[in-house]
Design a protein around this ligand. Structure first.
Ligand code: N2P
Length: 340
């Protein structure tokens, strides 16, 4: 008599457990490498019970390619401004629910109505920054003001640069005074010899951790993301950050939900979570980019706000726009130059 209810109970327990396991809410996050601190992910999971699967990429183009293939379903992605623009144009993003993300109010006015996404219909800024030059001023004594000063034969084998085709092409365009968003076959042809000569000067291409060769002394000059430069400066003030005089790409890395995401609610919850001042502070403490969150910035120390890489005082900054199919022209040319 007692055996049957026990068996039923056990069967029910096993079934429910199996069911529970299948139903553990999850969030598939596809974001830049290193960029989302483990502490933030754990904090979110602890509070909401939502498990975060964090997959990484090291360029907007790589992310868009993978997203367009559609084989993996992501709930949350982290495109930079021009990639947001591209994805909006191609109808690949979900509009964000305003009432689900009340912490938007914490954003600085300057980030509330960007040209790449008017009214923040599809995106929320995560961190902003620039691509600039870092020099080890103990070693490099000659003045470095811009890209033309960096890419000189005398620095051959001493340079580290982010491994990003669109960025590299824009540096050459800047030096040649070609507008950086005017990516045409003719302009690429003009920039080609210059880029070819630069590639042979660079010792390390690395977008994930360009700090390493500068810290180890393998390289003395870098063209890197401002967050990496700021981290180097925190470690040692000999690492100076310079906004290239020819022009520096100013980016806004954002959070967006791909069209048709299975866990839209959890994704909006995550966006709202990172917009809390104390959570956003954890991110910019770890990766000292320009924090677009005004309330989080209030929690930063004077030292953090004085870091010239995180909050550059002045400089000639430029934004990238969606260039559509010209992206493929860049990548074809760069692949060819790298292999030859
Ligand atoms: C952090 C990601 C940098 C993002 N490694 C540059 N847009």
């Amino acid at each position: 008599m007692t055996r049957i209810p026990l068996l039923l109970f056990l069967t029910a327990a096993v079934l429910t457990q199996g069911c529970d396991r299948r139903q553990t809410p999850s969030l598939n996050l596809f974001a830049w490498s290193e960029y989302v601190p483990q502490e933030v992910i754990e904090g979110f999971t602890k509070e909401t019970g939502v498990k975060v699967n964090y997959e990484t990429y090291d360029s907007n183009e790589a992310m868009i390619t993978k997203l367009s293939q559609g084989s993996t379903r992501y709930d949350l992605i982290q495109p930079s401004e021009y990639a947001v623009e591209n994805l909006i144009r191609r109808n690949m993003l979900e509009p964000l629910g305003e009432s689900q993300i009340p912490n938007t109010k914490n954003l600085d006015e300057a980030y509330r109505n960007p040209s790449y996404d008017p009214g923040l219909k599809y995106s929320r800024p995560y961190m902003a920054g620039t691509v600039g030059i870092v020099v080890n001023s103990d070693i490099v004594k000659d003045p470095i003001r811009g890209f033309a000063d960096v890419f000189q034969p005398k620095y051959r084998g001493r340079i580290v640069a982010v491994n990003d085709d669109r960025e590299i092409v824009s540096w050459a365009f800047d030096v040649l005074k070609i507008p950086i968003n005017d990516v045409t076959p003719a302009n690429l042809q003009k920039a080609r010899p210059l880029i070819k000569s630069w590639l042979s000067l660079v010792k390390v291409f690395d977008s994930d951790n360009p700090r390493a060769p500068l810290l180890s002394g393998d390289c003395d000059i870098g063209v890197v993301y401002s967050g990496d430069a700021a981290k180097l400066y925190e470690q040692n003030h000999k690492f100076r950050y310079i906004l290239p005089e020819e022009g520096a790409h100013q980016f806004v890395d954002s959070l967006c939900i791909p069209r048709g995401a299975a866990h839209k609610e959890a994704a909006e919850q995550f966006i709202n979570y990172i917009l809390r001042p104390e959570v956003s502070k954890i991110i910019s403490d770890k990766f000292p980019y320009t924090n677009p969150n005004a309330e989080a910035r209030k929690l930063s120390s004077k030292e953090q706000l004085d870091n010239p890489a995180s909050y550059p005082r002045a400089g000639h900054v430029e934004v990238f726009h969606d260039i559509g199919p010209a992206t493929q022209q860049i990548s074809a040319m760069m692949t060819e130059l790298r292999s030859g």
